[in-house]
Design a protein around this ligand. Structure first.
Ligand SMILES: Nc1nc2c(ncn2[C@@H]2O[C@H](COP(=O)(O)OP(=O)(O)O)[C@@H](O)[C@H]2O)c(=O)[nH]1
Ligand SMILES: [Mg+2]
Ligand SMILES: [Zn+2]
Length: 353
C-alpha cells in the first residue's frame, strides 16, 4: 500500500519531498507535516491524520536536525513514531540571544513571504532591504505588500521605490481591509502553498491575516495543551488553512527574525555592491579606507548611492554580529585582550627606554 500523493499536495507535498523517499519508505512510512511545535511534542497532520507525537524520538545529529513548523516528517505507519526529517526547501532560522547563541529554527518549507510595509511614514527602505535579505537567504520568494494604499495620495510612488530594492521583486499596494484588493495575493495562497508574513508592528499584518483567512479565525483557533504544571493553556497553531487551500504560517518567531548567517541573502539584495567588491584590489577588502577599493570608487564616482552603501554596511555589520558564534566571540575577545596587553607592554617598554 502506498499513500495518495495528490491529497498530500494540499499539505505542500511535492516532487522535491517525494524524491527523498525510497521503496522501503513507501511501504513502511507515511509523510506528515509539522503544524506546531510544543515542548517535547509535535502536532503533525496529513490527509486523514492529525495527532500529537513526542518529538524526542526523532534522531537528531546536528543543529538543524530538530523538527520545526512546516517540516515534513516520515512517520512509522503503525506507531506514528518519527523516522526521518526530510530535507527542506527553505528554512527561517535565527541565533538565540545571550550565551551559547544556539541556532533556533523558526519555520521550514515556506514558499512565499509577504514583506509588509505601509504607504506612509512607516515605509522604510533599510528595513525592507533587511527583510528581503532574510527572505532570500531562507530561499523563500519575497513579495512586498504595501498596505494603507487607500490612505496615500500617491501609492504608486511607494511601489516604485520598493520595486527598486531588488530586481524583479513583486510589489503590491493594497487596502489590507478590503478582500477585493487582497485578492491580488491569492496566487501565492493556492493549494499546498505556504506563506508567511514579515513586517514591523502596526503595518497591518493582523488585518491582512484576517482578510486572507476570511475571518478572525486565527485569533480564536487555539489548541488546548497541558503545561508542565498540568494546567490547560491554549497555544496557537502555527499553520492555518487558507480559503484557497494554501497555508498561512503564524508564529511568534517570525517577529524576531534577524540577519543570521545571511551573507548569501545580503549578496543577493546588494548584488551591485557584491559585484563591485569582486573588483577590489584586496580580497579581504573591508571597503572602508583600502586602496584600490572598487566599492569606494563607485561611491565617489556617483554610480553607487552613498545612502545605499551606508545601509549595506549596517546590514553587513548586523549579519556578522548575529552570525558570530560563541567560539568566535571568545576568540575575538581574547584577541582584543591580547591586543590590549600588547599595547600596555609596548608602552611599558617605551617608558623604560
Ligand atoms: N486604512 C487602512 N488601515 C489599515 C490598513 N491595514 C491596516 N490598517 C489599520 O492599521 C492598524 C494596525 O493594523 P494591524 O493589522 O493591527 O497591524 P500589525 O501590528 O502589523 O498586525 C489597524 O488599526 C488597522 O485597521 C489598510 O490597508 N488601510
Ligand atoms: Mg498584529
Ligand atoms: Zn573594497
Amino acid at each position: 500500500m502506498t499513500f495518495d500523493t495528490s491529497d498530500l499536495a494540499d499539505f505542500g507535498w511535492n516532487a522535491f519531498f517525494q524524491s527523498q523517499l525510497d521503496i522501503d519508505d513507501l511501504q513502511t512510512a507515511i509523510p506528515a507535516r509539522v503544524m506546531a511545535v510544543h515542548r517535547g511534542r509535535l502536532d503533525v497532520a496529513a490527509p486523514d491524520l492529525d495527532r500529537r507525537i513526542p518529538s524526542t524520538a526523532l534522531p537528531a545529529d546536528s543543529e538543524t536536525a530538530t523538527a520545526t513548523v512546516g517540516d515534513w516528517l516520515l512517520l512509522d505507519r503503525e506507531s506514528y513514531r518519527p523516522l526521518r526529517l526530510l530535507d527542506r526547501k527553505s528554512l527561517f532560522k535565527r541565533r538565540a540571544p545571550g550565551t551559547g547563541r544556539k541556532l533556533q529554527l523558526i519555520a521550514a518549507n515556506v514558499d512565499t513571504v509577504f514583506i509588509v510595509s505601509s504607504c506612509n511614514a512607516d515605509f522604510n527602505t533599510a528595513r525592507l532591504e533587511r527583510y528581503l535579505a532574510v527572505a532570500r537567504d531562507a530561499d523563500v520568494t519575497p513579495v512586498i505588500v504595501l498596505t494603507k494604499a487607500d490612505q496615500a495620495e500617491k501609492p504608486d510612488e511607494f511601489v516604485r521605490a520598493a520595486s527598486k530594492l531588488l530586481p524583479g521583486v513583486l510589489v503590491e499596494a493594497i487596502d489590507a481591509r478590503d478582500a477585493k484588493d487582497v485578492a491580488c495575493l491569492a496566487v501565492w495562497c493556492e493549494s499546498g502553498q505556504t506563506v508567511a508574513l514579515l513586517g514591523s508592528s502596526g503595518v497591518g499584518k493582523s488585518t491582512l491575516t484576517n482578510t486572507l483567512t476570511g475571518d478572525d479565525r486565527i485569533a480564536t483557533q487555539g489548541i488546548r495543551e497541558d503545561d508542565a504544571k498540568g494546567r490547560h493553556t491554549t497555544t496557537a497553531r502555527a499553520l492555518h488553512r487558507l480559503p484557497g487551500n494554501g497555508w498561512l504560517l503564524d508564529t511568534p518567531g517570525m517577529r524576531e527574525l534577524q540577519l543570521t548567517d545571511a551573507k548569501a541573502g545580503l549578496d543577493d539584495v546588494f548584488a551591485d555592491i557584491a559585484a563591485l567588491a569582486e573588483a577590489c584590489r584586496f580580497s579581504n577588502c573591508r571597503h572602508e579606507t583600502e586602496p584600490g577599493c572598487a566599492v569606494l570608487a563607485a561611491a565617489e564616482g556617483g554610480s553607487l548611492a552613498p545612502d545605499r552603501l551606508k545601509r549595506w554596511r549596517k546590514l553587513v555589520a548586523e549579519e556578522a554580529r548575529n552570525t558570530e558564534s560563541l567560539a568566535d566571540r571568545r576568540a575575538r575577545e581574547r584577541g582584543f585582550g591580547k591586543m590590549v596587553k600588547g599595547i600596555m607592554k609596548s608602552k611599558r617598554e617605551q617608558g623604560k627606554e
